[in-house]
Design a protein around this ligand. Structure first.
Ligand code: GLC
Length: 466
């Protein structure tokens, strides 16, 4: 049927509108633009989200494990120390040819690795979950991957699937299992992306390749390696993983490619995943690195990940460690702002966690044995901050983490609850401390000496103000 002039006009108007809409969507901020594939965060109800996030929000403390072939060079390559980056960046910083780096696999035989001991370290430290590097930016899979032979079972004399061992021990010891996967950077696979290492080559192009063997199409890499490996990681270890820590997004990870990964993640509706996929997906957790946001990240689940000595992967010369006291106070500070603290260990080429890292993890565990009630399953402070203390919140208690001993009297202004009593968490007899109400504030009488110079927890029992 012939179209009338107004018919053609309406078709033209509709097509103009459709084009404008498409241009708006393409130009809109990627985070707010509609996702090509809705993620679970787009579709679940607040109640469903709270149920899915519950264990993570209660955990408050996890142990990151960065372990891979990079533990063999341990920060030095043919005499060049990679000073600007963590040990796990050595292939990039030293521009190691793919063939030379892959050859390291033939000597990787970490016979001192014990999954029982490694998961046991997390448990003794009071960590409620571990996050293990299944594949880092170097492209080497620390698990039995059918998708790529460059993995610990097929390419090394060790031949053991360490992720399988860790998953078995995590299940046996009651620790949640997270998997770290570098879905964008892959320095050994054709088409994988390479961020320029800090201190090296200025960003000449979106990818800073140094070996022709890395040439290839990024989408092909995502289709032939990243997605198949994510599929196997999400299915070959039973109900695990509970948490997926993706890393280093890049412009090449378009909303459409990221959407293809989201389709895989959507097959695992209990899975929690982070904010580093790319393609405009915010994920579940924000992941500040080596710092604790001063005001926390209100309205967002978040996890501050941190090293003890400035490197994620093992570096033999990285001996400048944060003290146990500083690490415990970082845990307290993070919890007081409503976040999780993910503290890193980096096993060496023999499969052992360096002693200074074991000592610090055990020191944290010792503190949590006494004070864990003031960390696990708590909420952020309702008292603001003080230079000398932090606070965490429970339904009928406020926990004051005293970092500097105030002497025999502590004053707190504006307590938004009725304080019905006070005692020190370290006091097994919970002897009541004198509380004097002073307007909206309180004064609490304290013993002359602190029971724990790192942090002593004062418990205020409370009811809601009438
Ligand atoms: C950065 C580093 C990476 C490390 C990660 C931990 O992305 O590039 O090596 O695994 O931080 O958050």
């Amino acid at each position: 049927m012939a179209r009338t002039p107004c018919g053609w006009i309406s078709i033209a108007l509709v097509s103009i509108a459709m084009t404008a809409l498409a241009m708006h969507a393409a130009s809109a901020d990627p985070i707010t633009a509609p996702h090509p594939v809705p993620s679970i965060q787009d579709t679940e109800t607040p109640a469903e989200r709270d149920a899915r996030m519950r264990w993570f929000r209660e955990a408050r403390f996890g142990m990151f494990i960065h372990w891979g072939l990079y533990s063999i060079p341990a920060g030095t390559w043919r005499g060049e120390k990679i000073s600007d980056n963590g040990g796990e960046w050595i292939m990039n910083q030293a521009e190691i040819p793919v063939a030379d780096y892959k050859a390291l696999a033939r000597q990787f035989n970490p016979t001192k690795f014990s999954a029982h001991e490694m998961v046991g370290l997390a448990r003794k430290a009071g960590a409620k979950y571990i996050v293990f590097t299944a594949k880092h930016h170097d492209g080497f899979a620390m698990y039995d991957s059918k998708a790529d032979p460059f993995n610990i079972v097929d390419a090394t004399p060790f031949k053991r699937d360490v992720l399988k061992d860790l998953a078995g021990e995590a299940r046996a010891q009651g620790v949640k299992l997270g998997i770290y996967y570098s879905q964008v950077q892959d320095w050994a696979a054709p088409g994988g992306n390479q961020w320029p290492a800090i201190g090296k080559r200025p960003m000449k192009r979106s990818s800073a390749r140094w070996d022709p063997a890395q040439e290839g199409d990024f989408a092909d890499y995502v289709h032939h390696k990243a997605i198949p490996q994510l599929r196997e990681l999400l299915t070959q270890y039973g109900s695990f993983p509970d948490y997926l820590f993706l890393d280093t997004p890049a412009p090449e990870m378009t909303p459409e490619l990221a959407g293809e990964i989201v389709k895989v993640l959507n097959l695992h509706p209990k899975l929690i995943w982070d904010d580093r996929l790319g393609g405009g997906y915010a994920g579940d957790t924000q992941t500040p690195e080596e710092k604790i946001p001063a005001q926390g990240l209100p309205g967002r689940d978040w996890e501050a990940c941190m090293t003890m000595n400035g490197t994620w992967g093992y570096k033999a010369d990285a001996q400048d460690y944060k003290s146990s006291a500083e690490l415990i106070r970082n845990l307290i500070d993070t919890a007081s702002k409503g976040g999780n603290f993910l503290l890193n260990v980096g096993p060496d080429a023999s499969g052992q966690v360096p002693k200074p890292q074991i000592e610090r993890m055990l020191a944290i565990g010792k503190w949590l044995k006494v004070n864990g009630e003031a960390i696990y399953a708590t909420q952020a402070t309702v008292l603001g901050d003080s230079a000398s203390w932090r606070s965490t919140t429970a339904e009928d208690k406020l926990y004051i983490h005293l970092l500097q001993w105030p002497g025999q009297r502590l004053h707190i202004d504006k307590v938004p609850r009725e304080v019905t009593g006070a005692y020190l968490l370290a006091d097994v007899h919970r002897r009541p401390l004198k509380v004097v109400h002073d307007g909206d504030g309180i004064d609490v009488s304290l013993p002359a000496k602190t029971p724990d110079p790192i942090a002593t927890v004062l418990v205020l029992t409370t009811t809601q103000k009438k």
